[in-house]
Design a protein around this ligand. Structure first.
Ligand code: A2H
Length: 260
């Protein structure tokens, strides 16, 4: 990380309260907060890609906090990010974190979520072991069409029944198709991450070397050659649509800006 601050868009993924296979077995740490609006807040650099969300990743072994940001809304994120938010007008009192409880990633696996702009009515939280708990909120929303990390981690879960069982993930929770949202060119089409993972033979989410090759190419081409292939800015270059879509999400109270 450099000295340059990084601007993220925080996407508010609202939890739809329901029993999950995990809460059935171990109880629900969020039960007493169910009268509040509880959001998993995911830090993204690509707000224009939210149409393609198929799931949200959390680190099962990570430490998260449920924090009151006002009288009705609770954010789930890392404590460190909640501290930063409290200096960015995202808390009841400046510099104070109103922590309601601490939880493990495990406690929020397999949750049903309403994801802003996603073409899917609802999506689920899934485990991703490579999430960095020191970066942004520790919550990563997943867009497998344009993020090789997301595509390969979702594929790993689709392919690995033992892994799903371990984390109380049902087949229904991973039964989501990649959504075409950005058209790049003849080679990458409108599912750049899928094409790049095949091109570089990415084996799984731990195949760092090939993942890096796939990511470098997809991110650069997506930014400079990509055009929106969905939504109200369809046909607009990604680099122009990005801020327009972010501003719309913020105006609709579905997202906010976060710096670190
Ligand atoms: B991006 P930077 Cl479609 N650990 O959002 C690991 N990855 C994290 C994270 C964490 N704690 N917090 C955020 N991220 C991911 C969308 C996306 C992203 C697309 C394409 C590229 C892309 C959907 N996932 O990021 O290291 C989030 O994934 C390219 C870098 O702070 C976030 O944006 O620069 C990005 O990494 C932030 O990465």
């Amino acid at each position: 990380e450099g000295i340059q601050p990084q601007e993220y868009t925080l996407i508010k993924l609202k939890i739809i309260h329901e029993e999950t296979p995990y809460t059935k077995a171990h109880g629900d740490v969020l039960a007493d907060l169910s009268h509040k609006n509880i959001y998993l807040v995911a830090g993204t650099l690509r707000p224009e890609t939210m149409y393609g969300q198929t799931n949200c990743f959390i680190n099962p072994n990570g430490d998260y906090s449920a924090v009151a940001v006002n009288d009705s809304d609770v954010f789930i994120c890392t404590k460190q990010s909640a501290r930063n938010m409290s200096y960015q007008d995202l808390s009841r009192e400046r510099g104070k974190v109103a922590e309601l409880k601490t939880l493990k990633g495990w406690d929020i696996l397999g949750r049903k979520l309403k994801a802003p702009n996603s073409v899917y009515d609802h999506i689920f939280t899934l485990p991703m072991l490579t999430i960095n708990m020191s970066k942004a909120t520790g919550v990563v929303t997943s867009v497998p069409s344009d993020a090789p990390d997301d595509y390969i981690a979702l594929n790993d879960l689709k392919a690995d029944e033992a892994m799903r069982k371990k984390y109380y993930i049902t087949p229904e929770m991973v039964d989501y198709e990649v959504v075409p949202i950005i058209y790049i060119d003849e080679e990458f089409g409108n599912k750049a991450a899928v094409v790049a993972c095949e091109k570089y033979g990415v084996k799984n989410q731990y195949d760092e070397k090939n993942l890096k090759l796939a990511k470098d190419e997809v991110y650069t081409k997506g930014f400079y050659s990509g055009k929106m292939d969905i939504g109200s800015f369809k046909g607009t270059p990604v680099k122009d649509a990005k801020n327009l879509i972010r501003d719309q999400l913020i105006a609709d109270n579905l997202a906010c800006t976060y710096w670190e």
